[in-house]
Design a protein around this ligand. Structure first.
Ligand code: ZN
Length: 73
């Protein structure tokens, strides 16, 4: 489960054009390299992180490993 902590969005889009959101307090095996991270700050949950990430990118999605509650596919 993802929870409160600092969330990040990947600068690099996936093949489908979505930028993945990751939980810095529970980093997964596909956590982006530091140079590809944009901090979304401390978020109460991944849904808040998604809302902030949309300020940067129109297509965002939660990581299926560390932000599963916000992963759409
Ligand atoms: Zn992740």
């Amino acid at each position: 489960m993802s929870g409160p902590g600092e969330y990040f969005v990947n600068k690099k889009p996936q093949e489908n054009g979505e930028h993945e959101i990751h939980n810095g307090s529970d980093p997964c095996r596909c956590f982006p390299a530091p140079e590809n991270l944009v901090s979304l700050g401390q978020c109460i949950d991944c849904h808040k992180a998604v809302a902030i990430a949309r300020r940067y990118y129109s297509k965002v999605d939660g990581c299926k490993y560390c932000a599963l509650a916000c992963h759409k596919g």
